[in-house]
Design a protein around this ligand. Structure first.
Ligand code: AP5
Length: 219
């Protein structure tokens, strides 16, 4: 089962990818989390991508696709995986198609979470992240049980540096210019399903589970 979760920054991809991962028992792979962890660990990849992530620009395609190919060939992906934040350019989508063909795999669902730009700006301002577990919370919309701590690991929650309003607006511009065409790419293949990401978290989740179950039944 290979699921692609798309949508603008702050649409809820990370939130839903974690819930789906628990529901389906397959890993959620976030390229953003991979880059943040590489930056924190000061790895060679981290050093290459740091500036792009801080400014809200896309990391070059070759670098992203190499990281993704390395990750999806690990043993925990044998029964499937959820891609959160990849592909983000038509070039990445084309490379993903070739990659899947090479490993004799195919996409089960491509789901876009649709959320208005102004809702995004409000959401990102209140977002809290557990850097190790990758869980995301929101001060008002999805608060942790204990203030400032991850429900799962108890680790301290942080605010992402690229969640300042100026950077969020730039990330939205990048999304509309470079990632929106990927939606057309999958629409032309008849693979795209759109979900209203403005609904409460659990309503969005129900819609996603429904779509995934239907795509599995049809396969
Ligand atoms: P990445 O980490 O992927 O950021 P993003 O796509 O911009 O998405 P976000 O993580 O900001 O949001 P999300 O959709 O996961 O929403 P979330 O669930 O957190 O990428 C970061 C950077 O890495 C990029 O800018 C780029 O530099 C680089 N990068 C990554 N992938 C790349 C690629 N493929 N190519 C090139 N560069 C790449 O939710 C947001 C907030 O809203 C949370 O507080 C949450 O609690 C709340 N919330 C969620 N759902 C709801 C709801 N239904 N109602 C109310 N609140 C909600």
């Amino acid at each position: 089962m290979i699921i692609v979760l798309m949508g603008p920054p702050g649409a809820g991809k990370g939130t839903q990818a974690h819930k789906l991962s628990e529901e389906l028992g397959i890993p959620a792979l976030s390229t953003g989390d991979m880059f943040r962890s590489a930056i924190k660990g000061k790895t060679p990849v981290g050093q290459k991508v740091e500036q792009y992530v801080a400014q809200g620009d896309l990391v070059p395609d070759e670098l992203v696709t190499a990281v993704v190919e390395e990750r999806i060939t690990q043993s925990d992906c044998a029964d499937g995986f959820i891609l959160d934040g990849f592909p983000r350019t038509v070039g990445q989508a084309e490379t993903l198609d070739k990659m899947l063909k090479k490993y004799n795999l195919s996409l089960s669902s491509v789901i876009s979470l649709n959320v208005d730009d102004e809702t995004i700006v409000k959401r990102q301002g209140g977002r809290l992240l557990a850097p190790q577990s990758g869980r995301v919370y929101h001060k008002a919309f999805n608060p942790p049980k204990v203030e400032g701590k991850c429900d799962e690991t108890g680790e301290d929650l942080i605010q992402r540096t690229d969640d300042q309003e100026e950077v969020v607006r730039h990330r939205l511009k990048v999304y509309h210019e470079q990632t929106a065409p990927v939606l057309h790419y999958y629409e032309e293949q008849g693979a795209l399903v759109e979900v209203n990401g403005e609904q409460p978290v659990n309503e969005v989740f129900k819609s996603l589970v429904d779509i995934v179950r239907r795509s599995t039944a049809a396969a």
